[in-house]
Ligand binder design. Structure first.
Ligand code: GLN
Ligand code: ZN
Length: 784
């Protein structure tokens, strides 16, 4: 039998990040619209050619985007909020970018990915695409939302490929998933209710594709991997019945990914579509049910190569597992594909010249994954005497990885085995710790602090890059950083901050800085993946057991503390965030890898304590991001995530105050877990919702101390004293005053000193004003 190979989507950014540079030139007014469009065309042509060269039979089109494919879909169907001044018809590029970036085009770059709310037309909101680290622009719908086909870009992409000699399968984001990803603007209604209005626009786009000769389209409905309501299921039913009736000539490959379709299986199988793609990396077991229950004529696209991670697939294992299933279903109705679009992995491993060759032999980036698919398909070719011979290189790599000493550190494994529940338990409960800490720290009511980083000015970044290039000696670089740190400490003392930070001037990135100092991590030179728009990241690779050979932050913390009598807060990135923002090895459960990181951080925490650091913050901005897509899986995740945080923190005595920080405030559904982390103090983002989101913490919900951000660092605006006083007063409505800390809502690294200085001076003034004010309902002040 001959088995076809298919791809669901190729990275858009270009091997050399051409798209980023073209966008930035265009935004800066240094390149014309035609130049930008030309770069897009060139990248698409290269991507199609590369996929063909790798032997892929079914190549996607319309997977390219200048910014984001959800935004593209909103623009395709005319879901453009009135504020952008669009009057119907094709949407010009500048309207498109205004929706993406706001008219000031200045998104926050601090690791949390909020759109800026500078003055001017704001960007659409941005949020995570399912449980990936890719962010999409959230479409906004009105109750009487109208849709129209503005410009059939999928058709244009299909024809562009045809002209280059490629018969492609255009990709569209499915209408049900599109609506479910959106939010309603002023009134409260379910966006799914708009399905009947949206449907004709999709029908027209598809009909035009069919008219132009497209035989297949890929319609992505990853919502099938979520918990769906009956209404969602009815909408799916309506959509795909309508497509079958109105555009009967067009075959639809309905693509699901990021998890098991689980209880949506019968919905998916009864939809009148020609093909179904499933993710067999996240949910390998679902293939058995599908082969048993799928209609005989249904084409099954098997997502067997991991589109979310950078490891080589176990091709021999896949071959053995798939063989009986494929014979059962019929090889002519099978496609082999990546689990999801390859958007989430870097493009080409061959660009990595500096990577350890052994590690490199275990990896596959987008192009190598396409090779794997071709290889796997070849093994199924009829008449092959020894199909498994096809996999010899792949097998050898897998065997080496299994036993490599680079991967397996018996000390780490041994330490993990001896862990007991007591290891993730502080010696005393919060009430006791609080007394001991209050005595040691003697802080005023409404203590002030910041989240860690101070402005990473171009000077700081330049010093780092000169040092990296060897143009600034280590000694001079460190001397420079010490001067910056000392200035920051002096300045904080001067303006009267209570708990100081050292400023994080030495850090390139909150994850990479630590990863570079831990064993078990590796880094790429060109392994870029899109985080959002023109922002790409190079996630570190966790390939082996993680441990901490040497202290990581101790010198900086101790140096800063030596300069002042006020407490300096030690600053660490938490285990869950270190995990979430990396490519994680696939030969251990994520929970185990996270525990290893937690133990490494625990060593740092206890070293900081021993050096006299009384307050230590362990940032976990990515904790919520790790939440599984299905409700039923969340509990297990939160259990180990919380345990790992506690493991990293619990090595210290009662007198050491543990802080944590999270860059968001949607805690309603995970409040028990947040409380279970048992940090002495948590700082969160609440300034933009004007403390409204603090609701989850009020009453008995959160027993420990809280710093609800009073200064929105995502904007250059300097908040006034009264404004911050007002926010803190609002916080006292639900929290007791002695529970409240006063701080900005995130780190200040993306801000300049011009705005940071006056804002923090005002913040301290606000706290001081409140300490004087008798109007604050002081209920139980233990700190007095
Ligand atoms: N301590 C970090 C900083 O201030 C926290 C950043 C974050 O939570 N994204 O930069
Ligand atoms: Zn933050």
């Amino acid at each position: 039998m001959t088995i076809k190979t298919a791809n669901l989507g190729f990275p858009r950014i270009g091997r050399q990040r051409e798209l980023k540079f073209a966008l930035e030139r265009y935004w800066a007014g240094k390149a014309s619209r035609d130049e930008l469009l030309g770069t897009g065309r060139k990248l698409r042509a290269e991507n199609w050619a590369a996929q063909k060269a790798r032997g892929i039979d079914i190549i996607p089109s319309n997977d390219f985007s200048f910014y984001d494919h959800v935004l593209d879909t909103a623009v395709l169907v005319g879901a453009i909020p009135a504020a952008y001044g669009w009057r119907g018809g094709p949407v010009d590029l500048d309207t498109y970018f205004a929706m993406a970036r706001g008219s000031t085009g200045n998104p926050c770059a601090s690791g949390c990915t909020h759109a800026a709310n500078d003055s001017g037309n704001p960007a659409l909101e941005m949020t995570k695409w399912f449980d990936t680290n890719y962010h999409y622009m959230v479409p906004e719908f009105e109750r009487d939302q109208r849709f129209e086909l503005t410009h059939n870009r999928p058709l244009e992409a299909f024809l562009e490929a045809e002209a280059l000699g490629h018969r492609t399968r255009p990709v569209l984001l499915g209408p049900v998933t599109f609506l479910k990803l959106g939010k309603t603007k002023d009134s409260d209604f379910d966006p799914i209710d708009l399905i009947e209005r949206l449907l004709p626009v999709y029908v027209r786009a598809l009909a035009e594709l069919a008219e132009a000769g497209a035989e297949w389209v890929q319609v992505d409905e990853p919502c099938l991997a979520l918990d769906l309501t009956d209404k969602d299921r009815r909408a799916l039913d309506l959509v795909y019945r309508t497509f079958a009736a109105e555009v009967p000539r067009l075959e639809i490959m309905l693509a699901t990914y990021f998890g098991s379709i689980g209880d949506n299986t019968s919905t998916a199988l009864t939809l009148p579509v020609a093909g179904l793609h499933v993710d067999l990396v996240r949910a390998p077991q679902q293939i058995d049910t599908l082969v048993q229950s799928a209609p005989a004529d249904r084409v099954l696209s098997l997502g067997v190569v991991d589109g979310r991670n950078i490891w080589r697939a176990d091709l021999a294992g896949l071959f053995r597992r798939l063989q009986p299933l494929i014979s059962a279903h019929g090889g002519d109705r099978i496609e082999l594909a990546p689990s999801c679009s390859l958007l989430h992995v870097p493009i080409d491993l061959d660009l990595e010249r500096a990577l350890d060759p052994e590690l490199s032999s275990w990896l596959a980036f987008a192009l190598q994954k396409l090779d794997e698919l071709s290889l796997l398909a070849r093994a199924f070719e009829p008449g092959l005497a020894n199909p498994e011979q096809v996999f010899s290189a792949s097998n050898a790599a897998a065997r080496a990885r299994l036993t490599s000493l680079k991967v397996h550190d018996p000390l780490v494994a041994g330490r993990l085995k001896t862990l007991t529940a007591a290891d993730s338990q502080r010696p005393s409960p919060f009430a006791t710790r609080r007394q001991v800490q209050a005595k040691r720290l003697s802080l005023p009511l409404f203590p002030t602090t910041t989240i860690g980083s101070f402005p990473q000015t171009s000077e700081v970044r330049q010093a780092r890059s000169l040092h990296a290039k060897g143009e600034l000696s280590y000694v001079d670089y460190v001397a420079y950083l010490r001067r910056e740190t000392e200035q920051a400490v002096r300045w904080q003392e001067e303006i009267g901050i209570d708990v100081l930070v050292h400023g994080e001037f030495e850090r390139n990135d909150m994850v990479q800085y630590f990863a570079e100092q831990l064993s078990g991590y590796a880094f790429t030179q060109s392994g870029w993946v899109q985080s959002y728009g023109s922002r790409y990241v190079r996630p570190p690779i966790i390939f082996g057991d993680v441990s901490r050979p040497n202290p990581m932050t101790l010198e900086w913390a101790a140096f800063a503390q030596s300069l002042t009598d006020r407490p300096v807060k030690g600053m660490l990135t938490g285990p869950v965030t270190m995990l979430q923002w990396s490519f994680v090895r696939d030969d251990l459960p994520r929970s185990v890898v996270c525990r290893q990181i937690a133990l490494a951080l625990r060593d740092e925490v206890t070293d900081l304590e021993a050096a006299g650091i009384a307050v230590i913050q362990i940032d976990e901005p990515a904790l919520r991001e790790g939440l599984p897509l299905r409700l039923a899986d969340r509990r297990a995740y939160l259990d180990w995530a919380v345990e790992c945080f506690r493991l990293s923190a619990a090595g210290v005595g009662d007198a050491t105050q543990i802080h944590t920080h999270m860059c968001y405030s949607e805690f309603n559904d995970i409040m028990l877990a947040i409380a279970a982390m048992d940090a002495d103090v948590i700082s969160i983002e609440t300034s933009r919702s004007k403390m409204e989101l603090l609701g989850a913490f009020t009453g008995q919900a959160y027993p420990n101390e809280i710093g609800p951000g009073v200064y929105d660092i995502h904007s250059p605006r300097v908040p006034g004293v009264e404004e911050m006083v007002h926010l803190i007063e609002k916080a006292t409505e639900g929290l007791t005053p002695d529970q409240i800390w006063v701080n900005p809502d995130c780190g200040l690294k993306t801000r300049g000193w011009e705005e940071t200085r006056p804002a923090l001076v005002n913040m301290v003034a606000a706290a001081k004003a409140l300490r004087q004010r008798p109007t604050v309902p002081l209920r139980e002040i233990v700190r007095a």
